[in-house]
Write a protein that binds this ligand. Structure first.
Ligand code: UT7
Length: 334
């Protein structure tokens, strides 16, 4: 498998920490120093499906392909605009694609899980070109009275078209049960024959420090395992892209594995935590900064609810786009 094209779509509305200060007992200083986040994008008129479509169209154009060239669409999301149908089915017609469509749920690790699924389909000969879309609207899942979580999340979508090739060097996925650490309960149900169950409270619930520890240890372990599987060391990776959950998580993983700060780009200051969209959107920013060059080795790592985690190594083979949409100065380094 190799990555043929990358796309991204963001809501127009940027919400700053200062705006959150007006709503919650929080401060720009707390959010910046504890997380690295300065602002996040939040949907106003946009929809998760619309963002998914925008990212998908850009990825297809970047790959030089048309929707009818696709053999499969896999979308990842914590929650689309509807519980069903899937986002993948909703974008299919607009893309003029005629192929199986499915949504895959692995929380923030969704993009890495989808890469692995796409790779398996391509290796088996069942598919040549697979579109992966990671589209998230976590602003709609957040509890806007909980300052411990709502300040963290943002909306956006990243997409990749993948096809036959030698780009994926290794991939490692993991999962363990851990609902209490990070979850969002289903909406209350109204069936007259079923007693109310669950806590019914809408919104993300997270034990931040436990999740922080899980994130650092699983990311370091998965990256090391993926490097070992590829017969490489972490030092061979030109770029290490982590799920953008917290700047301090990035720094802890970087220190644990001895990675130079200059090899770990971040856009968390502009986008916050966008769950499964985070890794493909950071890859998009790196690609569109002009810094990512053919032959570079990328290490991707994500972690999230489940608890799920995963990492992979990719040899990049696309030249930088002519029209750079994310100048290098918009990236920070961990
Ligand atoms: O994408 C899925 C994976 N998610 C993650 O990886 C997130 C991992 N966890 C984290 O990033 C961090 O744990 C958080 C950013 C969520 C929290 O940072 P922390 O340093 O662990 O803070 P804390 O939860 O221990 O809270 C410290 C203090 C508390 O006050 P007291 O009890 O010490 O008086 C909180 O009530 O900070 C308070 N606090 C806030 N204060 C101002 C919590 N949220 C806020 C806030 N503004 N927004």
């Amino acid at each position: 498998m190799r990555i043929l094209g990358i796309g991204r779509a963001l809501p127009a509305q940027a919400v700053s920490n200062a705006q959150l200060e007006q709503l919650l007992d929080t401060s720009d200083e707390w959010i910046r120093t504890r997380t690295g986040i300065r602002e996040r994008r939040i949907m106003r008129e946009e929809t998760v499906t619309g963002l998914a479509l925008g990212a998908a169209r850009e990825a297809l154009a970047d790959a030089g392909l048309h929707g009818r060239d696709l053999d499969m669409i896999i979308a990842t999301t914590a929650l689309g605009d509807d519980l069903f149908p899937s986002i993948a089915c909703l974008v299919q017609q607009e893309l003029e694609a005629d192929c199986p469509c499915v949504d895959l749920h692995a929380a923030c690790t969704g993009f890495i899980y989808a890469l692995d699924t796409a790779d398996a389909y391509i290796k088996s000969g069942k598919a040549r070109n697979v579109l992966i879309i990671s589209a998230e609207g976590l602003s709609r899942v957040s509890d806007w009275t909980d300052r411990g979580t709502c300040v963290l999340f943002g909306d956006g979508a990243g997409a990749a078209v993948v096809g036959l090739g030698e780009g994926l060097l290794s991939i490692r996925l993991a999962a363990q049960t851990g609902r209490a650490l990070l979850y969002s309960a289903a909406p209350a149900q109204s069936c007259p024959f079923t007693p109310q169950n669950g806590d019914g409270a809408w919104g993300i619930r997270m034990q931040g420090q436990e999740v922080f520890r899980f994130a650092v240890s699983s990311s370091a372990r998965d990256l090391q395992a993926a490097a070992d599987m590829a017969g490489l060391s972490i030092a061979d990776a030109d770029w290490v892209l982590l799920h953008q959950a917290n700047m301090r998580i990035l720094q802890s993983v970087r220190q644990r594995l001895g990675i130079d700060a200059a090899r770990m780009p971040t856009n968390i200051h502009r986008l916050g935590n966008t769950s499964s969209a985070s890794v493909p959107m950071l890859l998009y920013d790196l690609y569109h900064s002009g810094l990512l060059q053919p032959g570079h080795i990328l290490a991707l790592s994500a972690f999230g609810a489940g608890m799920t985690s995963g990492a992979c190594l990719i040899r990049w083979d696309k030249p930088a786009p002519l029209n750079l949409r994310a100048p290098a100065e918009t990236l920070f380094f961990a």
